[in-house]
Design a binder for this molecule. Structure first.
Ligand SMILES: Cc1cc2nc3c(=O)[nH]c(=O)nc-3n(C[C@H](O)[C@H](O)[C@H](O)COP(=O)(O)OP(=O)(O)OC[C@H]3O[C@@H](n4cnc5c(N)ncnc54)[C@H](O)[C@@H]3O)c2cc1C
Length: 436
């Protein structure tokens, strides 16, 4: 890229913002345009299920302060409808076209809808945006009846804790035999204990059989035969990559945007991908492309994607981070590093720290309420998962097949619309005392 060039970033989340910063840090002096369909500048999305939904901070407090002046042109509240990678042009509503020399795709994911759940009832909500947290708070004020959260993963557990903070009764409904079961038996046991201590009604090994809707409330008939009454229901059952705008672009958008180890989208030389939608092989683990939906990955990949776009395919460096993530449930911090999901077995490494083994090799760790003790284990994990010396040589993109039919710009579903190093995040007082 040279200084007269234009780089367009689609997606004004943390990955897009960190990519813009890195472009400037590496000396790019051309035009940077950031397009985002939310009407807001990038904010701390993890706060949506925690401080924002409880109202302990205002939306304005959640904005991310850029590290440096990025001198970008912001197009907020604007949804990119499609892209022609051959013509290097993106399309905006109203027939507007924008050319680019380099494109950074960072459009994240949107919440999955639960089959059978009412789609247009304001009492059935998801949690991804600031607007979602505002709408949910509004829904909660219409009745004092309990809330129900469907999905016992991280966001579901965090939201249940937030409801208890607000003094609301809440039921957590989940498929698995315990909440957060994928983080191993220790975490599952501890989170079950803490949710019960806070009087969260746990309905595990179950799902909704029938929705009974009345003006006052919902009745949810569960497969474990419980009948739960709720004034509002939150769906926290996972997410779907926001790739509909890339249909017909020639890129592979099967569960995210398929990239090489350098975050270049397969099929185009001037397109890189960052954040929750990037599906790339992290060579620390193997050569299988995967997505990682965590804050630090969005930060790291945003920076790496920008750097590699500037360097070009031939000089690019493989993106091989040690993934790390956190969650706060009540005042307890869950931390993970590596890829626990790859494990086929678990081992207790030390008190409240679980190791995840794949074919006997450590590939991930999860620590419940042990922030300090996690540090040496993270270093150990990093040592055991070295970046290979020989990364595959970047392959120039093949010529794109002609795109016969451009997609209908109005097609597709509308996505519903702290940092950085989690080690430096403020820890709850109770943990600091314990650490000392
Ligand atoms: C409620 C919640 C709590 C979380 N808590 C944690 C946590 O505790 N710890 C942790 O590690 N991670 C957490 N995460 C995950 C973390 O927030 C994400 O991994 C991170 O925000 C991803 O950043 P991103 O920039 O890739 O995507 P996003 O932040 O989703 O940004 C993408 C942006 O692109 C926009 N967009 C989509 N399509 C288009 C289009 N066609 N045109 C223009 N714009 C478009 C989207 O609306 C969005 O604004 C949480 C996520 C949620 C939802």
């Amino acid at each position: 890229m040279s200084d007269g060039d234009r780089i367009v970033i689609v997606g004004a989340g943390v990955a897009g913002l960190r990519a813009a910063e890195r472009l400037r840090e590496t000396g790019f002096d051309g035009e940077v345009i950031i397009i985002g369909d939310e009407a807001r500048r990038p904010y701390h999305r993890p706060m949506v299920s925690k401080q924002l939904v409880t109202g302990t901070i205002r939306p304005i407090d959640a904005y991310i302060k850029p590290y440096i002046e990025i001198d970008a042109h912001w197009r907020l509240g604007t949804r990119v409808t499609h892209v022609d990678t051959k013509q290097r042009t993106i399309y905006l509503p109203g027939g507007e076209e924008l050319w680019y020399d380099g494109l950074i795709c960072a459009t994240g994911v949107y919440p999955r809808h639960l089959r059978g759940a009412p789609r247009h009832d304001p009492r059935v909500r998801v949690l991804r945006t600031v607007e979602d947290s505002i709408a949910l708070r509004r829904a909660l004020t219409t009745s004092t009846k309990p809330a129900v959260v469907i999905g016992s993963g991280l966001i579901g557990c965090e939201f249940a804790a937030s409801m208890r903070y607000l003094g609301r009764d809440v039921t957590l409904v989940g498929h698995a035999k315990a909440p957060l079961y994928r983080f191993g038996p220790i975490v599952a046991e501890e989170v079950t204990k803490i949710q019960k201590e806070h009087r969260v009604n746990l309905a595990m090994n179950s799902e909704v059989r029938h929705w009974i809707s009345s003006k006052e409330a919902f009745g949810l008939h569960l497969t474990n035969n419980q009948l739960v009454v709720a004034s509002c229901v939150v769906l926290a059952i996972g997410s779907v990559p926001s790739v509909d705008w890339l249909r017909g672009s020639g890129l592979n958008i099967d569960d995210g945007v398929l990239c090489d180890a350098y975050l270049f989208a397969e099929g185009a030389d001037d397109v890189v991908v960052a954040g929750d939608i990037a599906k790339w092989p992290n060579l620390r683990f193997d050569d299988k492309p995967r997505r990682v939906e965590h804050w630090m990955n969005a930060v790291d990949s945003g920076r790496a994607a920008a750097e590699n776009l500037m360097a070009g395919r031939q000089a690019a460096k493989p993106f091989c981070p040690l993934p790390r993530a956190w969650s706060t449930i009540y005042d307890v911090r869950l931390m993970t590093a590596g890829l626990p999901a790859l494990g086929d077995d678990t081992v207790e490494l030390s008190d409240n720290i679980t190791g995840f083994l794949r074919a006997g090799k450590l590939v991930g760790i999860a620590g419940w309420n042990r922030p300090r003790q996690m540090l040496p284990w993270m270093a150990e994990l990093e040592r055991r998962l070295p970046v290979p010396d020989t990364a595959p040589v970047p392959v120039p993109a093949p010529a794109l097949a002609p795109v016969d039919t451009l997609p209908d710009p109005f097609e597709g579903t509308d996505p519903l619309k702290v940092e950085e190093d989690w080690l430096s995040m403020p820890l709850p007082e109770s943990l600091l005392r314990e650490a000392v």
